[in-house]
Design a protein around this ligand. Structure first.
Ligand SMILES: C[S@@+](CC[C@H](N)C(=O)[O-])C[C@H]1O[C@@H](n2cnc3c(N)ncnc32)[C@H](O)[C@@H]1O
Length: 284
């Protein structure tokens, strides 16, 4: 168990400046308690008990704490079928167009990236949406291999939970209809275990969205879901993150942000209306 930690407003501001410079993360005074909680977890992991000792190390770029800082300071809150209008527009409008294009390609693949996937609710909701669409069309519900779903996050702890596909009562209750819970999960005591037919369709890997994309950019994605991630970063940092991610999206591909999120003023993307939501394409 992590011991509670209290930092002063001055220390919060010092830490805020550091987070902005090193990771582009914005923490206002309003987030004082959640910063203290994240900091307490990180200091416990590093075996440190004083803010001063931690701050000295965190300031040193050679100490390699950047991913740890992002991991500790950014919320991992997620829920099932979040922003349902976006998922509806994706399934009913964007996907049929994409499938028509993909059928002209040699491998006919539709590639989807859940970037900042947290504990898996987003990519697994996408897989369930794809399967549900097949059920509604009276097709074999088994999702063909031509749908490739990749999910990444900076947080190893979040990915560990995502890969396991096991959720407690609180996590399972957030956004998941009873009917879908019964169809896709088995209950084992107080834990809900996701069916392999969904779990095994997502390929998870750790990746910091500011790092080079490596193999993520080898074959472009048709869709990138980057939802509720940008909001933790300053506008200048959002621009850098979006420019990085854009390398994995071809001109006809679509980016989805969280429904409450907007592009920063300068961006390589432009908004395109899609059903009841907005999607984004790379600017020519
Ligand atoms: C609030 S959750 C959103 C999860 C999911 N996309 C959703 O909309 O429900 C934000 C996630 O972004 C991840 N994240 C934040 N900064 C990141 C970065 N630089 N690289 C990769 N993941 C990052 C966090 O670890 C966290 O799991």
């Amino acid at each position: 168990m992590t011991t509670a930690l209290t930092i002063t407003v001055d220390q919060l501001r010092q830490l805020g400046d550091l987070l902005e410079q090193r990771c582009g993360i914005r923490v206002g005074d309003a987030l004082h308690t959640s910063v203290e909680e994240g900091l307490a977890r990180l200091m416990a992991k590093l075996g440190m008990s004083s803010f001063e000792e931690f701050f000295e190390q965190a300031r040193d770029p050679e100490a390699g704490l950047r991913d740890d800082l992002v991991n500790a300071m950014v919320s991992r809150e997620s829920w099932w079928f979040r922003d349902p209008e976006t998922l509806t527009a994706f399934v009913t409008q964007a996907l049929p167009e994409c499938e028509a294009r993909a059928s002209q390609r040699e491998d006919a693949r539709v590639r989807i990236w859940s970037a900042g996937c947290s504990t898996g609710q987003e990519p697994y909701s996408l897989v369930m949406s794809l399967i549900e669409r097949r059920r509604e069309a009276d097709l074999d519900p088994a999702l063909p291999d031509s749908y490739e779903i990749v999910a990444t996050d900076v947080s190893p702890a979040a990915l560990f939970l995502a890969v396991a596909g096991r959720y407690g009562a609180q996590a399972i209750a957030q956004g998941l209809a009873d009917e879908l819970r019964e169809r896709y999960f088995d209950q084992a005591g107080s834990t809900w275990c996701l069916a392999d037919a969904v779990r095994q369709r997502v390929r998870f890997r750790q990746h910091n969205l500011f790092d080079p994309l490596g193999e993520l950019a080898h074959r472009p994605f048709d869709f990138i879901f980057l939802r509720h991630v940008l909001e933790y970063f300053s506008p200048a940092t959002q621009e850098l993150l979006l420019a990085n991610v854009a390398d994995a999206l071809p001109a006809e591909g679509l980016l989805f942000l969280g429904q409450s999120e907007e592009l920063p003023a300068e961006s390589v993307f432009a908004a395109v209306p899609l059903g009841d939501c907005t999607a984004y394409r790379r600017q020519p």
